[in-house]
Design a protein around this ligand. Structure first.
Ligand SMILES: [Zn+2]
Length: 415
């Protein structure tokens, strides 16, 4: 789509200046009221583009519809991005700077000499020669995660409403709060949204498409020991603190942990231990790309606990497994066109598509299992959740073009 004048960069620079940091400790929804400040601005901008139904709901979600401009029957596609930024690094008073026509080398950030975006840590910079790189001054995060996605969707909508020659079906826009604190889809109204499937614009390098996430369980071990007065305890006490540490001690050393695995390997990871003499609660997260992998790791945990309990015949250990989320590929494989069309759109934008998997969960994995299949398309975000975050203007423009091609491809395939 060369020739379209993009508004993506000016939008991005406007959105990152609004602080939308979410909070892990809040009990409200959205977790921080300030996220709605950006929501209101996005609604206003959508309405100014003529998107009449754009609105912000009580939970802080933005919903909007770009009406179909074709006579064909085309599935209803949703484009989704999140408005909040990570609680890990401040997002207040973000001062973005642009490094025009990047010529290689490390990028020192002017507001804090200790903050340097190094090529050694960011090999993706090597693909950015000649591009305009946006960073912060080094004192805050940038919030390209996921304001790049917001700006890209907004720019794509703007281009489509001003270019009626681009034919598309009904497009739904969904902007969510609280993604970074794991609650991005808690209050989303799937019925009201009325989409057949969705794409999140929240990925890394230009050309990437993520159609796979971890499958995730939580395992909780409840240990009951035997207590007695320590002065008269010979042959009586079975200390729950020692039982718990015996279990931890028996975990594999060189495999099966976050610190020893990468790529497609899963793990069994202790995350919390509360213990007294009488009782202990030991929590684990279990991660793998397949259900069998989860089952194997859970069987291993059972075997380790059973082995450890042999020395404590009067104590008990119960293991409770709870599902957290599942690999979205299970859902996406049933609807291959969703991923295929995204790969084709990336190709039409002049990029080489690359399918990747996420060692974690996304809102898309939860949406996929709520009936809205949802792979993740690149937004150009790099080094997210840090002061060294960056994005390039040209990658954002490619993401905009990918959205437009994708809408057009679905229309071409309509009846
Ligand atoms: Zn994100």
């Amino acid at each position: 789509m060369p020739g379209y004048s993009h508004t993506v960069t000016e939008r991005f620079l406007r959105y990152v200046r609004i602080d939308t940091q979410s909070s892990h400790t809040s009990t409200t929804y959205p977790s921080t009221e300030k996220q709605k400040d950006l929501g209101r601005l996005l609604v206003k901008e959508l309405q100014e583009m003529g998107i009449a139904d754009a609105h912000l709901d009580e939970f802080g979600y933005v919903y909007a519809t770009v009406p179909s401009n074709t006579t064909k029957m085309v599935p209803v596609i949703c484009f989704c991005a999140h408005m909040d930024t990570s609680p890990d690094v401040t997002g207040k008073d973000v001062k973005p700077q642009i490094v025009p026509s990047y010529q290689g080398g490390d990028i020192a950030l002017p507001g804090d000499p200790s903050q340097v975006i190094r090529v050694a840590d960011n090999p993706a910079l090597k693909d950015q020669i000649g591009h305009d790189i946006i960073t912060t001054d080094g004192t805050t995060l940038l919030g390209a995660d996921n304001k790049a996605g917001l700006a890209e969707i907004m720019d794509a909508v703007h281009i489509m409403v001003t270019h009626p020659d681009i034919k598309h079906g009904t497009l739904k826009i969904l902007f969510t709060p609280d993604e970074e604190v794991g609650h991005g889809v808690d209050h989303v109204d799937i019925k009201k949204l009325g989409a057949d499937f969705a794409y999140t614009m929240d990925g890394e390098s230009a050309g990437n498409l993520e159609d796979e996430t971890f499958a995730a369980d939580k395992a909780t071990l409840t240990i009951r020991g035997v207590s007695a007065h320590p002065g008269f305890a010979k042959g009586k006490i079975e200390n729950a603190i020692k039982i718990a540490s015996r279990i931890i001690e028996r975990l594999p050393r060189d495999t099966c942990s976050p610190e020893t695995t990468e790529d497609r390997q899963g793990f069994l990871h202790p995350t919390d231990l509360q213990a007294t003499l009488e009782s202990a609660t030991l929590s684990f997260i279990v991660r793998d790309f397949s259900e069998e992998g989860l089952r194997e790791k859970e069987a291993l945990l059972h075997a380790i606990a059973k082995g450890a309990m042999r020395d404590f015949p009067h104590s008990t250990c119960e293991i409770r497994i709870e599902e957290q989320y599942r690999n979205m590929k299970v859902v996406l494989d049933r609807h291959p066109q969703i991923t295929e069309n995204a790969l084709e759109a990336i190709r039409r934008a002049g990029l080489t598509p690359k399918r990747t998997s996420i060692r974690g969960g996304t809102d898309g994995s939860r949406l996929s299992f709520m009936g809205l299949p949802c792979p993740n398309i690149f937004a150009g975000e790099h080094a997210f959740h840090s002061r060294l975050e960056w994005v390039s203007v040209q990658d954002m423009e490619k993401a905009v073009e990918t959205i437009i091609h994708l809408a057009a491809i679905w229309e071409e395939q309509g009846q």
